[in-house]
Design a protein around this ligand. Structure first.
Ligand SMILES: [Zn+2]
Length: 245
């Protein structure tokens, strides 16, 4: 059966509608992937922060322990000197210095206890977060894998459809393709039937000449909305009265 060129255009438009649906699904899937990647990046930052807190707390504890050890060594050295001296004056000075070191040790010990508590708290936060982090990361990666598989499949499907589209486009006169390409950016139903001598897209009445031209199989656009218009009978469609749902 010989195809009316307009039928080829209609076929192309219908084909494009399906294509656009798939492109939208692909686009939404890719947006969800971006969201998943953002979520994963965020939980990684939180996890890194918890690790860093533990590291910092350990460092502070270590510094205090080094200071404590230093104070202890200095105290022992002074005590040794104290035992060895014969001078009352030196003895008194050393005694003062030892007392000062003891006080420093006492102060530092209090600080050290506080630092240990902070380290413990940081460690507890980290431990709690650690199990949740792994769970959450696994769940995100699982979702990511699913979405990624969808992307792969849709991309492959689309590549096939684009190839098919080239064939379909060849069946339509070039001049119509150019007009269609402009129209499709503006409306998602660029081609409509003529019903009761009116454009069924915007209901504008058509001049009798247009109806005659349509019968000559010319490609016309509605003067009011610029959609392509066609006579259903020219495409051997069912009469309008029966086509109404
Ligand atoms: Zn119109």
């Amino acid at each position: 059966m010989e195809h009316h060129p307009l039928q080829s255009l209609i076929n192309l438009i219908e084909f494009d509608r399906e294509l656009i649906k798939i492109e939208r699904v692909l686009d939404e899937t890719q947006k969800r992937i971006t969201q998943l990647q953002k979520e994963e990046a965020k939980i990684k930052v939180d996890h890194e922060t918890a690790i860093q807190h533990v590291r910092d707390a350990k460092k502070i504890v270590h510094e205090h322990e080094v200071t404590m050890k230093d104070l202890d060594l200095r105290e022992q050295a002074k005590k040794k000197l104290l035992e060895e001296t014969d001078s009352q004056k030196v003895y008194e000075t050393l005694k003062k210095e030892i007392n000062f070191l003891k006080k420093s040790q006492y102060d530092h010990e209090k600080k050290l206890v506080q630092c240990w508590k902070e380290l413990e708290a940081a460690q507890k936060t980290f431990d709690e977060q650690e199990s949740k982090f792994k769970e959450k990361q696994e769940s995100l990666q699982k979702k990511y894998a699913e979405e990624d598989a969808t992307v792969q499949k849709l991309t492959a499907d689309l590549n096939d459809l684009y190839k098919e589209r080239v064939k379909k486009e060849k069946l339509v006169p070039q001049e119509w393709i150019q007009k269609y390409n402009m129209m499709r950016k503006q409306t998602d139903n660029p081609i409509v039937r003529v019903e009761y001598d009116s454009c069924s897209g915007c209901f504008a009445q058509l001049p009798p000449q247009s109806i005659l031209d349509l019968k000559q199989k010319k490609l016309l656009q509605c003067n009011s909305c610029y959609r392509f218009i066609y006579l259903p009978e020219e495409l051997e469609e069912e009469p309008i009265t029966q086509k109404n749902e």
